[in-house]
Design a protein around this ligand. Structure first.
Ligand code: AMP
Length: 189
């Protein structure tokens, strides 16, 4: 299984990706989490991207493609992987297709979690108060920016897969378990 989760910030991608990857026994690859770890470790990559994350902008494609390339070649991806937060631009999606095409391991599912925008802001506000300080980009101003970046740069990724007839859309509203059930039914067929 090689799965991509798409959806705006606050749609529940991270929560669902954690649950579903565990259920399927595949690697959960959150590029946002990987970048936050680099920032916390103060690595050269972390230093390069910290300001970008804090501003709610996107890390350059060339950097992200290198990150994902080395990550998906690690042994824990042998049974499959679930990408959470990648691809975020059409260019990244094209590069991913090329990478996977070269090893004849195309994506098995591209799934977009659909949640209305007014609810996204509420969810992120909630996350900001619950996890106080765990994510420096969980605040209103940066969230507004992240939503704008999503609309401009990441929504076209859904369109990219849709035109290929490869996009599944799943309602992201409801309890965590309900959404998980919808996703599992879809993936297990
Ligand atoms: P996330 O945890 O997925 O919301 O990602 C947090 C932040 O990491 C984003 O706002 C971006 O600054 C950066 N980021 C994560 N994944 C990508 C990606 N595929 N391309 C560019 N920037 C990314």
């Amino acid at each position: 299984m090689r799965i991509v989760f798409l959806g705006p910030p606050g749609a529940g991608k991270g929560t669902q990706a954690t649950l579903i990857s565990r259920r399927l026994g595949i690697a959960h690859i959150s590029t946002g989490e990987m970048l936050r770890e680099e920032v916390a470790a103060g690595s050269p990559l972390g230093k390069q991207v910290k300001g970008i994350l804090d501003a709610g902008e996107l890390v350059p494609d060339a950097v992200m493609i290198e990150v994902i390339k080395s990550r998906i070649s690690r042994p824990d991806c042998g049974a499959g992987f679930l990408l959470d937060g990648f691809p975020r631009t059409v260019n990244q999606a094209e590069e991913l297709s090329a990478l996977l095409g070269a090893i004849q391991k195309g994506l098995t599912h591209v799934i977009e979690l659909k949640v209305p925008e007014e609810i996204l802001l509420e969810r992120v506000r909630h996350r900001a108060t619950q996890g106080a300080g765990t994510r420096s980009d969980d605040n209103d101003a940066v969230m507004v920016k992240r939503l704008a970046v999503y609309r401009e740069q990441t929504a076209p990724v859904s369109a990219f897969y849709k035109t290929k007839g490869a996009l599944f859309e799943v309602d992201g509203l409801g309890a965590v378990e309900e959404v998980q059930e919808r996703l599992e039914q879809l993936i297990r067929g």
